[in-house]
Design a protein around this ligand. Structure first.
Ligand code: FAD
Length: 396
């Protein structure tokens, strides 16, 4: 029997635990989560989009695990009778200058094996009558779901199958005893045979506690949302995205019909002043001190300061936020949107300032650390879990 200890009760930690209970039912699984509930950070504060896998470099982990993961996510929701909708999405070129990037995206989607269609302005309007498009890419296999609800169901299934689920348990230290990981936590010592670190915004810190030097550091990027006032929701049928800037892993402020029928607008991407900094008011001296002392952040700032300033201005001005939305749907104005919370992305940044593009999973002796799992990791979670579990040692 092997004892697997998983740190983090977001969708990745729970999906890894679920995979282990399914594939290795004789082994023991413990999940440690510092909060009082599941999915309280990235997993519970996102756009709820089941991505198809359009944007990612063919052959990358993101491309392969997202495509397979979206199918697994849809299958899980169907089996578990959780609400989801494969409603498709439209990526909109709002002006002629964006057409080369839209065509490049089309080629990438085809290379990733996805069923996509290039549409002219009239065809785009058949899908989204209020959109202003020169042309658009229709991605039929994109869907929507509530990833928090997926996690709550996973936790129920895990509890039924005998996994040990421990909330209110913050990991504060990790050391080895007889070659096995021992975790100091706010609720006592936990010993295991194999450690899986799915700590999201804190994953690099956990790796360092376990004696692993992470090749990149987590930098928190807040994504703020507005939502459309109820009487304007009719302007959006499904999902409307801009053509993204290929230099960044962020997809640009978009319009998303959520599974509960509301329509969210966002997220932007501003540097957060705390790893769990859901607003400008939240400031964590330790987090900021570490960021300021990190060469990677300065290198990133030098390279992309213009982009950063634009994002900050848009974060501080509802008028500018609305203007970004009006590029997609011209009828939308400042009066049509109200603030709707924020999420913080755990984005790994290398010491040279490069944003880690792909998922980053680092293996060490009896340890696996998930060190970069931003979007589309929620979509891909069941397949990331399979990828990890296939590599975990078994003691027999
Ligand atoms: C604004 C935004 C929009 C997004 N939109 C999408 C989308 O539409 N589709 C998509 O596929 N993905 C999206 N993502 C990405 C997706 O949400 C994440 O990739 C995914 O949720 C990562 O899951 P996780 O389990 O790694 O992290 P998390 O959900 O952050 O979970 C990590 C957990 O570890 C716990 N933890 C940390 N440190 C400790 C410790 N020391 N001890 C115990 N517990 C600890 C935390 O409390 C947390 O619960 C979005 C993300 C954001 C922020």
């Amino acid at each position: 029997m092997t004892r697997y200890v998983i740190v983090g009760g977001g969708i990745l930690g729970l999906a890894v635990a679920h995979r282990l209970r399914t594939d290795r039912p004789r082994d023991r699984v413990t999940v440690l989560e510092k909060e009082s509930g599941w999915a309280t950070h990235q997993t519970g504060h996102n756009s709820g989009v089941i991505h198809a896998g359009v944007y990612y470099k063919p052959g990358s982990l993101k491309a392969t695990l997202c495509r397979a993961g979206s199918a697994s996510m849809v299958r899980f929701c169907a089996e578990q009778e959780l609400p989801y909708d494969v409603c498709g999405k439209l990526i909109v070129a709002a002006e002629v200058a964006e057409l080369p990037r839209l065509h490049a995206l089309h080629e990438r989607a085809v290379a990733n094996g996805l069923p996509v269609t290039l549409l002219n302005a009239i065809e785009a309007a058949e899908h989204e009558p209020h959109v202003a498009a020169v042309a658009a890419l229709r991605v039929a296999s994109t869907g929507i779901v509530d990833f928090g609800a997926v996690c709550r169901r996973l936790a129920e299934l895990l509890a039924e199958s005998g996994a040990e689920l421990r909330l209110h348990t913050r990991v504060t230290g990790i050391h080895g005893r007889a070659g096995r990981p021992v975790l100091n936590t706010s609720a006592g010592e936990v010993t295991g045979d194999v450690l899986v670190n799915c700590a999201g915004l804190h994953a690099d810190r956990l790796a360092r506690l376990a004696g692993v030097d992470p090749p990149a550091r987590i930098v928190p990027f807040r994504g703020e949302y507005y939502e459309l006032v109820p009487e304007r929701r009719k302007l959006v049928r499904g999902l409307i995205y801009p053509v993204p800037d290929p230099q960044f892993p962020f997809l640009g402020v978009h319009l998303t019909r959520m599974i509960d029928g509301t329509v969210h607008a966002g997220p932007n991407a501003v540097l957060a002043t705390a790893r769990e900094g859901y607003s400008w008011r939240r400031f964590d001296p330790r987090d900021v001190w570490e960021q300021v002392g990190y060469s990677g952040l300065w290198a990133l700032a030098r390279r992309h300061y213009r982009y950063g300033l634009t994002e900050v201005t848009r974060s501080l001005s509802r008028r500018r936020f609305a203007a970004s939305l009006a590029r997609l749907v011209p009828e939308l104005t400042e009066a049509d949107i109200v603030p709707a919370g924020a999420g913080v992305r755990a984005q790994a940044v290398r010491p040279d300032g490069g944003l880690v593009d792909d998922f980053l999973i680092v293996e060490a002796d009896r340890q696996v650390h998930v060190l970069n799992a931003p979007s589309p990791a929620a979509t891909s979670s069941f397949e990331i879990a399979r990828h990890i579990v296939d590599r975990l040692p078994v003691d027999r």
